[in-house]
Design a protein around this ligand. Structure first.
Ligand SMILES: [Zn+2]
Length: 357
């Protein structure tokens, strides 16, 4: 048993939006103060103020009349400002805009220190306020560390918190290859599939909203697509990690595919996020995760190992979903066959990696 940290995101009930927006305005004030003060110090004295310097300059802000956020949040904003200024290698960052009607409005963002947001009887207590939320994780089971409240483009607020979790090694013993195809998001060597075209299903709704210029509706549909995709990828990757001791995926490069005509379905399918999920979940569960070269995995017969004349090749081959090997007679589903070859390639790689006893 070992531990890992993960971030939980929970939706806060809308009735709290007002107080959170107030907090976000205060955070913006602190951030903008840091921005201005830091810039002036650089310009006038060639001095780069550190997060600690800025904390000293903002001490007392939280004691001012009508201020909701505490000193912990003010300190974190200062530190975060200094970190970002360094990260982006700039002497000045973008101003944070609090007016929701402004075109450059900064979505609400309120940081908190570890221990400053507490879970009590179904609510989050922070800075003297209680926030009700949809507790989809059972927060009482976790020790809450640092995190943030964030707003999305639809004005909804979320509670993001870092927690420590115990990870148990996967009990799975099988190994699996995964082909990131174009039609489905992914197909495994044992024939499991995940649909990658969430966008396509909601496409006509999206078109309608676009034509009718229904901004709110448009945002809602985009958010729906995003959520559905994320949820599906999480379920798929969790199940695979639970079932297996080794997972191999092909090295399909999204950049290469975007250049072809399939750009939309490629971007849509989100290989990158599936790969990332598989990788970190495998890592947490002690499962082997390897990316293998997927050249010829589509053309090669996974039964006899030759590249028969009948196998799908090139762009024309993309249309071929099922084929029969002209060398050994095996019948193949295009993607499952590719996944089996990826699995075989992965096994070879592992075998090479193991020192001879
Ligand atoms: Zn064959």
């Amino acid at each position: 048993m070992s531990t890992a940290t993960k971030t939980l995101q929970l939706r806060i009930k809308d009735k709290h939006a007002k107080v959170l927006c107030q907090m976000a305005r205060e955070v913006n004030q602190v951030f903008n103060f840091c921005n201005e003060t830091s810039f002036r110090a650089i310009r006038q004295r060639h001095q780069w103020l550190s997060g600690y310097d800025l904390q000293k300059l903002t001490a007392g802000y939280s004691k001012c009349d009508g201020i909701t956020i505490g000193s912990g949040t003010v300190q974190m904003v200062c530190a975060e400002y200094a970190t970002r200024r360094k990260q982006f290698k700039k002497s000045k960052l973008r101003w944070r805009v609090s007016n929701p009607n402004a075109s450059k409005y900064s979505l609400g963002w309120v940081l908190f220190k570890g221990g400053h947001a507490k879970y009590k009887a179904g609510q989050i207590e922070f800075a003297g306020h209680k926030f009700s939320l949809w507790d989809s994780y059972g927060l009482s089971n976790y020790a809450l560390r640092a995190g943030s409240f964030t707003q999305d483009s639809r004005g909804r607020w979320y509670f993001n918190v870092c927690v420590e979790v115990e990870v148990s090694p996967s009990a799975g013993t099988a190994s699996i290859g995964i082909d990131l195809g174009l039609k489905e998001c992914a197909v495994t060597s044992d024939g499991q599939r995940i649909e990658g075209r969430f966008y396509r299903k909601l496409e006509c709704q999206l078109g309608m909203a676009q034509r009718a210029k229904k901004k709110k509706r448009l945002k809602a549909i985009h958010a729906k697509i995003k959520n559905q995709r994320k949820e599906a990828l999480h379920q798929f990757s969790t199940a695979l990690v639970r079932q297996n001791a080794a997972i191999f995926v092909g090295d399909v490069s999204s950049a290469k595919l975007i250049k072809t005509k399939m750009a939309k379905s490629t971007l849509d399918a989100g290989w990158a996020s599936l790969k990332t999920m598989l990788e970190y979940k495998s890592h947490q569960a002690g499962v082997v995760f390897e990316v293998v070269n997927e050249n010829y995995t589509t053309q090669t017969c996974s039964c006899c190992g030759v590249i028969p004349a009948s196998s799908p090749k090139g762009r024309a081959g993309l249309r071929i979903r099922e084929w029969t090997c002209s060398a050994c007679g095996a019948e193949h589903d295009r993607d499952v066959n590719a996944a089996r070859n990826i699995l075989a390639a992965g096994h070879c790689r592992l075998a090479v990696g193991i020192p001879v006893l």
